[in-house]
Design a protein around this ligand. Structure first.
Ligand code: G1P
Length: 285
């Protein structure tokens, strides 16, 4: 079984749900407490043993690359003023470990992932949707890698949501289920309300075999007229093992405002430096 060494981060989206905040900065650069969304995803990948980060970006997204580069002016100025550079440690990357490709047209998540096919090559890879922030110990992807090492094939995170929300997500047709790992017998992207095969949805963490790229080659359009990753994954079912994994931890949907504000609070409350003050303010409210 080949290890998961590479991860794809689809970050080409326009972030219209967060306008005007995202007019001049990428939505992945919006901050949760003191680090941008993208950094949470990169740290999750690193902690899960992933070495090669592949950004699928678009025009105007240069800040994402800058964030993981050395900022010569900043570091020189801070060093000259005797300030510690430790705060930048988590933004340092090995030269060559972050690669960007462009999604030239907004044709859907499946298309974004397909844009990384030449860099992914012939090995399994992870996909992270950075809007979705997972908090857990070990983290969500690290738990998934452990599951992958047991069952191989494709392993995707799954999460139960109320039936009234399934139409917003990729949804699983479940098979054998041991409470942790669930066999996936089918996948439907954004089923119309009342038609979902279950309330187990895909919250945006995937370990996939490279064959999914061949399924994406066809550029078939699905829900919303977009090339969907869910549809391409569905084509692998029956040809390769395909499991859902219920991870231990919290999921925050930072792609919408309420989820984003709650994530800020949840993460702030856990921080030793600012948690007590934030807690006192909330109690006061
Ligand atoms: C995408 C995926 C969907 C998944 C969701 C998680 O949808 O297509 O399967 O459940 O992310 O956030 P989007 O949010 O891009 O519409």
């Amino acid at each position: 079984m080949k290890p998961v060494r590479k991860a794809v981060f689809p970050v080409a989206g326009l972030g219209t749900r967060f306008l005007p905040a995202t007019k001049a900065i990428p939505k992945e650069m919006i901050t949760l407490v003191d680090r941008p969304l993208i950094q949470y995803a990169i740290e999750e990948a690193r902690e899960a043993g992933i070495e090669q980060m592949i950004f699928v970006t678009g025009r105007g997204k240069g800040a994402l690359e800058d964030h993981f580069d050395i900022s010569f002016e900043l570091e020189t100025t801070m060093a000259a003023r005797g300030k510690s550079l430790d705060v930048l440690e988590s933004t340092r990357t090995e030269p060559g470990s972050v690669i960007s490709v462009r999604q030239q047209e907004p044709l859907g998540l499946g298309h974004a992932v397909w844009c990384a096919r030449n860099i992914v090559g012939d090995e399994p890879f992870a996909v992270f949707l950075p809007d979705e922030v997972m908090v857990g110990q070990p983290n969500c992807m690290a738990q998934m890698v452990q599951a992958y090492e047991k069952v191989g094939g494709n392993v995707v995170a799954v999460l139960e949501v109320p039936p009234s929300e399934t139409h917003r997500y990729g949804v699983v047709v479940p098979g054998a289920d041991d409470g942790k790992l669930v066999e996936i017998k089918g996948l439907v992207e954004k089923p119309p309300q009342g038609t979902a095969p279950s309330n187990l949805m895909l919250p945006g963490r995937y370990i996939l075999q490279p064959e999914v790229m061949r399924a994406l080659d066809a550029h078939e359009k699905g829900a919303g007229g977009e090339i969907q990753l869910t549809d391409a994954m569905a084509k692998l079912i029956g040809t390769q093992p395909f499991h859902g994994y219920r991870f231990d931890g919290e999921r925050h949907d930072c792609g919408e405002k309420v989820g984003f504000v709650i994530a800020n609070l949840a993460l702030a409350l856990r921080r030793e430096d600012i948690g007590p003050q934030v807690r006192a303010y909330i109690a006061d409210l």
